[in-house]
Design a protein around this ligand. Structure first.
Ligand code: FES
Ligand SMILES: [Fe+2]
Length: 260
């Protein structure tokens, strides 16, 4: 028989995005070891469907334990994640979502833990509350960024952008510039100047802070890797492509962005 569960804490907060963004985030198992890399080190999907998802998750720090976790969507306002195997197996985390407006959702999380030793509930509850504060802070930042980018899409602007004297430009790289309504980052690759899309084509994650290594950038949200010259996706598949980038043209000591 399953051990009785104790509710060790309740965590409540608003997140400043609509409920649609929150559900998207809940279904998005892939971001765990990237966006929440301080808490999770790896994830292997076992199953995924309309009901939710099930995955093996490696916990931090270092080579922390692996758990089998199932996230079940019970209604359009509530989901439950259950640890099926590994550390704290039997734990259930119940989350309720309440939409408060187009950009506001209230979140309530209850932590139900099995076999809580006498007098240990508060300490365990404090640990869960700290972890979930961090996870929801990270998620809120990601969801807000994505909301902003979605709202801006489709606003097209000029097809040539003057970048000023090329020596000044080089001294201030990398630099993000709007071109035809989208952000592009100008970087150097050897001696050459080039621009690449500053938004990830997967879920519009920010590529403007990524180091360019071996001619590629790795998105901080789910770890997809892209070649900055061709825009091709290099990992984990080759399905996606960065938005076509403008050329950096240098003439008479001045630089500009131009449609290729
Ligand atoms: S938004 Fe998912 S990998 Fe970039
Ligand atoms: Fe998350």
């Amino acid at each position: 028989m399953a051990s009785p569960l104790t509710c060790v804490a309740i965590y409540e907060r608003p997140v400043r995005v609509g409920i649609e963004r929150v559900w998207e985030n809940v279904r998005d198992w892939e971001h765990l070891p990237w966006l929440h890399g301080g808490s999770f080190r790896a994830i292997d999907l076992v199953d995924e469907a309309d009901w939710g998802w099930k995955a093996r998750i490696g916990l931090q720090p270092g080579d922390g334990p692996e758990i089998l976790l199932e996230l079940v969507i019970e209604s359009d306002r509530r989901y439950v994640s259950r640890t099926l195997e590994g550390a704290a197996a039997g734990t259930e985390i119940w989350t309720t979502l309440e939409p408060r407006g187009p950009d506001l959702t209230d979140v309530r999380v209850e932590f139900h833990v099995p076999d809580v030793p006498e007098g240990a509930a508060d300490r365990i509850g404090v640990g869960y509350t700290a972890l979930y504060t961090k996870l929801w802070d990270e998620d809120e930042e990601m969801m807000q960024w994505r909301s902003t980018q979605l709202a801006r899409r489709g606003v097209a602007e000029a097809a040539t952008v003057d970048l000023g004297p090329v020596e000044d430009l080089r001294a201030r790289l990398p630099r993000v510039v709007e071109f035809a309504g989208r952000p592009f980052r100008i970087v150097t690759d050897g001696d050459a100047l080039l621009a690449h899309a500053a938004l990830c084509p997967h879920m519009l994650g920010p590529l403007d802070g990524c180091a360019v290594e071996d001619g590629a950038v790795v998105c901080p949200w789910h770890g997809y890797r892209f070649d900055v010259r061709s825009g091709r996706q290099l990992a984990p598949s080759d399905r996606l492509r960065l938005a076509p980038a403008p050329r950096v043209v240098v003439e008479d000591g001045r630089a500009r962005l131009e449609t290729p």
